[in-house]
Design a protein around this ligand. Structure first.
Ligand code: C2E
Ligand code: MG
Ligand code: MG
Length: 740
């Protein structure tokens, strides 16, 4: 099959007699000799060249010729006298035609009175002059031959130009299409391109096979996937439902034959995506479609079909980039895009963004397994979709975090609470779920989507600190606080480099004997102005930045070398307790860091204990256990700090390789009064002993609790009643002063 067979031309039934006037070749005669005009008219009157009549036009001087050409750009040939108002008026005119008017396709035949006035060869090539003749030579026959060859070459130039333009369009269209949104935008582009190739206004349709929803193999259904001009309201219509049967038949014919057809008043092109798959475009034309370059249309069809394949590919990639596979919800990138689009809308309606996070999801994953966790997330996505799909944009941001964007009467703490009021049934088990959420009203002035989302996370964080099932709406204060934290972080970085940080040590005493068995290293930051910042304020800030890495390294080296000095000062088997936060623990290469610090300071790990909190498990128990195992392997002991305040789970307590447990000071304080506090303290101590752990009571500032602690079986105590945290020298002095 030759490539041109891809396109079938259908002749107009009532041939010829159309209302549009027949196209003529325009020929301009420029001469100051009136006789020449008359002779030319006479010689060419009624002549047809390449199947078209000639239209003769006349100018008596170079200036007149240029004026006429400005208003009549499509001149095929100019018969130009060389000597007119001046000796070189003709050549000056040629210069203006080529260089000023930029008429490059128009053919020029020079006529000279005498052979001596013939132009130089380089003039002929420079100005692209087709031919020159002496006036005497221009007999009717010779004129006809000269004009025919000039017109033929003009026609070819025009065709070449139009196909070059067509190709350029196709190429630029292809590039543009790839960047477009998807098949619909692409198909709309196809209509525009066809229309401009055949020189009509873009009115048409693109039809493609509809996706077979249930994979049934019935007859293929075709639908409109793009429509332009007066067909605009036919989007999504089925081919079989078209009112205009003429168009329906034309499209069906092309889709079945897989072949393009050019009708006198329409073009129906077939685009072959694969052996089986393709789509068809119909473009209508009120006027008969003039000569289309079939080769060009073929190039167009092949190229566009290729593009369509790429569009499918890009759509697939976009899906990959914007849709979360697990829940089939839009992902974070898509959500940020949606936020930005919305924020940019002028006169937009009030909207609220919500960032939602499942309470204690990591715990669920740990205890019930990953597949359970996955099922829960999918069920949550479904629940959110059912509750909000009608009026909010729903996305999964990451892990257990979801997001909503919708009007304030739909997206608010109350609707969210209602959405999660019912428990979920996962793997036949009923599972109540609570969520925390941060809400952000999208207010003027316009900001980037990512910035709103950041505010959402700030509000969410507030909600999480408030407890489970909490909601917080973003306010200026929250933003302010986060800026304050940023300032503090900057100061902390500088302070760290300026050695504004130091360690103090608080004794741990054996209950009963009162012997100092250990010290706990506690970090202090004294700012330039002398103010002390409490560690529980600046450590979390360091943790949120990379600073914690350097801070942690310094902490280890500092406390280990202090231990060495204290040992040397006579506190022979003193133990050093160092607080390690979950963030530090999860920092990659942490065990390595510890090993190096031990080696560099020559520290015996048997005298080192790390205090961790139960919250290490919240970031994933397995990971934590691996690191803790490595530390235990080095010979470092572990203590569980602040026990009773975190997410306490017996299964954690049993699996964490800790040998000591520190009862949180809040329980110790409540022991001063009769009541539940005492019972809790007693239970914790019993529990610890049951698990083979030794127990420390921290925050002992009231000596009245000591007999009770002793009675319950507590091993060690720490608190202001005995000693406050102190510098190294003060500690040695304190120790020396204690009566033994
Ligand atoms: P923590 O590990 O539970 O440390 C014990 C805290 O209780 C210390 O507060 C200590 O000064 C205080 N304390 C001791 N005795 C008493 C008492 O009798 N009554 C009362 N009310 N409090 C007492 P500090 O030094 O302000 O530290 C607060 C928290 O900051 C620590 O709690 C620990 O979680 C964290 N922290 C301190 N230093 C470091 C460190 O170097 N690294 C890490 N990761 N965290 C640290
Ligand atoms: Mg501690
Ligand atoms: Mg503590």
């Amino acid at each position: 099959m030759s490539e041109d067979d891809d396109i079938v031309f259908v002749a107009e039934e009532s041939a010829g007699e159309s209302a549009t006037p027949e196209l003529a070749w325009r020929v301009l005669v420029v001469d100051d000799d009136e006789g020449v005009h008359e002779a030319t008219e006479f010689a060419l009157g009624g002549t047809r060249i390449l199947d078209r009549p000639l239209k003769l036009m006349h100018a008596r001087s170079g200036a007149e010729a240029l004026a006429l050409l400005r208003s009549e750009p499509e001149m095929a040939v100019i018969l130009l006298d060389v000597v007119m108002e001046t000796d070189d008026a003709g050549l000056r005119t040629v210069d203006a035609i080529r260089n000023d008017l930029k008429a490059v396709n128009t053919r020029i035949i020079l006529r000279t009175g005498q052979p001596g006035h013939a132009p130089e060869t380089d003039t002929i090539t420079r100005y692209d002059i087709n031919d020159y003749k002496t006036k005497g030579e221009l007999t009717r026959n010779k004129l006809f031959t000269a004009l025919t060859s000039a017109i033929r070459s003009y026609d070819q130039l025009l065709r070449m130009e139009s196909s070059r333009r067509g190709l350029e369009k196709i190429i630029s269209a292809s590039n543009q299409f790839i960047a477009e949104q998807g098949m619909q935008a692409f198909a709309e582009g196809v209509i525009t391109q066809i229309a401009s190739l055949i020189g009509v206004t873009p009115e048409g349709l693109v039809c493609a096979a509809a996706e077979e929803p249930h994979g049934d193999f019935g007859p293929r259904q075709y639908r409109v996937i793009a429509a332009a001009g007066r067909f605009r309201n036919m989007m999504q219509q089925r081919l079989s439902d078209f009112e205009d049967r003429r168009i329906a038949y034309a499209l069906a014919d092309v889709l079945v034959r897989r072949q393009s057809i050019i009708n006198p008043h329409s073009v129906v092109l077939y685009f072959r995506k694969s052996e089986r798959e393709g789509f068809a475009a119909f473009v209508d034309s009120a006027v008969p479609i003039a000569d289309v370059d079939r080769h060009l249309l073929n190039v167009f069809c092949t190229n566009i079909a290729l593009c369509a394949k790429n569009v499918d590919l890009v759509s697939e990639l976009r899906r990959e980039a914007f849709v979360d596979r697990q829940t089939e919800l839009p992902n974070r990138t898509a959500f940020i895009g949606q936020l930005s689009v919305h924020a940019r809308q002028p006169g937009r309606k009030p909207m609220v963004l919500a960032v939602i996070d499942v309470d204690q999801f990591a715990v669920v994953n740990d205890i019930l397994g990953n597949s359970y966790g996955d099922d829960l997330l999918r069920a949550m996505a479904q629940r959110l979709r059912a509750a909000f799909v009608a009026d909010a944009f729903i996305a999964r941001l990451e892990g257990d975090a979801f997001a909503l964007l919708g009007p304030p009467d739909r997206v608010n703490p109350e609707t969210l609470r209602r959405c999660f009021a019912e428990p979920f049934t996962i793997q036949d088990v009923s599972h109540p779920v609570s969520v925390c959420a941060g809400f952000v009203p999208l207010e003027m002035p316009y900001r980037e989507g990512a910035e709103y989302l950041k505010d959402g996370y700030l509000a969410l964080k507030r909600a999480k600190t408030a407890g489970i099932g909490q909601s917080v709406t973003y306010s200026r204060d929250i933003g302010l606080e986060s800026r304050e934290r940023a300032t503090m972080l900057r100061d902390l970085r500088i302070g760290f480099d300026d050695r504004q940080l130091h360690l103090v040590y608080q004794p741990l005493l054996e209950l009963g004997s009162g012997r100092m068995v250990g010290v706990e290293a506690l970090m202090r930051w004294r700012r330039e102005d002398g103010k002390l910042v409490p560690p529980d304020r600046f450590i979390p800030i360091a943790e949120q930045s990379g600073l914690i890495v350097n801070l942690g390294r310094w902490l280890l080296e500092e406390s280990f070398s202090a231990l060495g000095r204290l040992h040397a000062a006579g506190l022979a088997d003193l133990r050093m307790s160092v607080n390690i936060s979950p963030v530090q623990l999860r920092q990659p290469g942490f065990p390595e860091l510890v090993r190096n610090a031990l080696g560099d300071t020559g520290t015996d790990p048997r005298f080192v204990e790390f205090e961790i909190t139960e919250s290490v498990a919240l970031g994933g128990l397995e990971v934590a256990l691996e690191v803790l195992g490595a530390l235990r392997g080095m010979g470092i002991a572990l203590a569980i700090d602040d026990f009773g305040t975190g997410y306490s789970s017996l299964s954690y307590l049993e699996r964490l390789p800790a040998s000591r447990l520190k009862i949180d000071r809040s329980f110790v304080h409540s022991m001063s009064r009769e009541g539940q506090g005492r019972r809790i303290a007693r239970t914790i101590i019993r529990l610890a002993r049951e698990l083979g752990m030794r127990v420390v009571a921290e925050g002992v500032d009231d000596p009245a609790v000591l007999p009770l602690l002793e009675q319950f079986g507590c091993d060690e105590v720490q608190g202001y009643h005995f000693a406050e945290p102190m510098g190294e020298d003060a500690l040695l002095a304190w120790h020396a002063a204690v009566p033994r």
